[in-house]
Design a protein around this ligand. Structure first.
Ligand SMILES: [Zn+2]
Length: 376
């Protein structure tokens, strides 16, 4: 199953429909109905399916179907063909996270044979790697059409550790429109580049604010919300006052911080600069668009998902991870949610991505215990 899922080139820029169609057909042959939730132009879809009785108290097993690009990476083998070597399975998505998806799907016959009292809900999303874009549409449908589950397990690679918190990821693009002119006539124009520089400097100040208001005992590394500008584009020549400049930035917010604090402060500063610019020319502007936004996962007090995973794995402790997942979105919809899946995030997104066979076995054992738990 891992080989089959990896063989579909579902890099986020591509359609995932061939994979989804394969899964739908596989489940149909086992007598399990699936529901698809498409994107706007119907080039991609989420899939969810209820295995077992349609009653409350089920467990959602959530995975994404897209993978990060392989272009420019020095792979030693075809990334879309799984190769087994030295106790490892190599291929794009083996760790992040078609390995988990495949293990869940391969256990459907076992789920059907067991006398499940509560269901397992399989939830496969698209466009996770581009900022958790696809899952919210599926979560809306699950809220509407599935009897309320008691727990959600997002199977991102944690080496089967129970992860109860992660940061959010929010990506923005800000575009400054100034007024063109000769750079010798500095007061006849408004430089979009110079204005953008002020805004970028402001964001750097926000990073320092969060660094000074860290959560040293949180387990996060670094233990504070980060603000970062990753791309800048603007201007046409050294002697032209730049008409346009845009920059892309992200905020990775800690579960205990409030995202709107930083975006409100930024917008207030934009408004201050905007007012001054518009005095010179009303066409001048500063606009910010949200490119992606996935909330953090907050630790729950004795959350059902955490208790379930701890009892299955026998682990007493929970941990945190620095990367974002769809878990915060499920939690935001009112579900007790945890991240727990096979493989190591260290191997994700890199050339020669792999999952240890021992991790696969751990996950299969986990599924067996989960199935057993749901028969009681
Ligand atoms: Zn992932």
């Amino acid at each position: 199953m891992i080989s089959t899922l990896v063989s579909f080139d579902t890099v986020s820029s591509n359609s995932n429909l061939a994979l989804i169609e394969y899964v739908r057909e596989y489940l149909a042959q086992l007598g399990v109905d699936s529901s698809l939730v498409y994107n706007e132009d119907k080039t991609k879809a989420n899939l969810y399916a209820i295995v077992g009785p349609k009653v409350e108290g089920g467990v959602v097993l959530s995975g994404h179907t897209d993978v990060v690009p392989v272009a420019g990476q020095p792979w030693d083998s075809n990334p879309f063909e799984v190769i087994e070597k030295d106790g490892r399975l190599y291929g794009r998505g083996t760790a992040d996270m078609k390995g988990f998806d495949a293990i869940v799907l391969s256990q459907v016959p076992a789920m059907l044979q067991a006398d499940l009292k509560r269901p397992i809900i399989i939830a496969l999303s698209y466009d996770e790697e581009t900022g958790c874009v696809g899952a919210p549409f599926m979560i809306d449908e699950i809220v509407k059409h599935v009897p309320k589950p008691s727990a959600v397990i997002v199977g991102e690679p944690t080496n089967m550790k129970v992860v109860s918190a992660h940061k959010g990821i929010n990506v923005f693009k800000t575009t400054v429109t100034g007024l063109e002119g000769h750079s010798s006539q500095i007061d006849q124009g408004v430089s979009a580049v110079m204005t953008a520089a002020k805004l970028i400097n402001f964001l750097d100040g926000q990073l320092e604010h969060y660094r000074a208001n860290a959560y040293p005992d949180s387990g996060f590394e670094p233990p504070f919300t980060t603000v970062h500008v990753g791309m800048v584009e603007g201007g046409t020549a050294p002697n032209i006052i730049a008409r346009e400049c845009s920059f892309s930035w992200d905020v990775r917010d800690m579960p205990w911080d409030t995202l709107s604090d930083v975006t409100d402060r930024f917008e207030a500063y934009c408004e201050e600069l905007r007012t001054k610019m518009k005095l010179l020319n009303p066409r001048c502007n500063i606009e910010t668009h949200v490119i992606a936004s996935a909330p953090p996962l907050k630790p729950e007090d004795d959350g059902e998902a955490e208790l379930l995973c701890r009892s299955i794995t026998g682990l007493n402790a929970t941990s945190v991870v620095p990367y974002g997942t769809e878990a915060g979105q499920f939690q935001g919809a009112g579900f007790s949610t945890i991240v727990c899946g096979p493989g190591n995030i260290e191997q994700a997104h890199k050339a020669n991505e792999f999952i240890e066979l021992a991790e696969v076995e751990k996950a299969v054992t986990f599924m067996g215990k989960l199935i057993d738990h749901l028969t009681k």
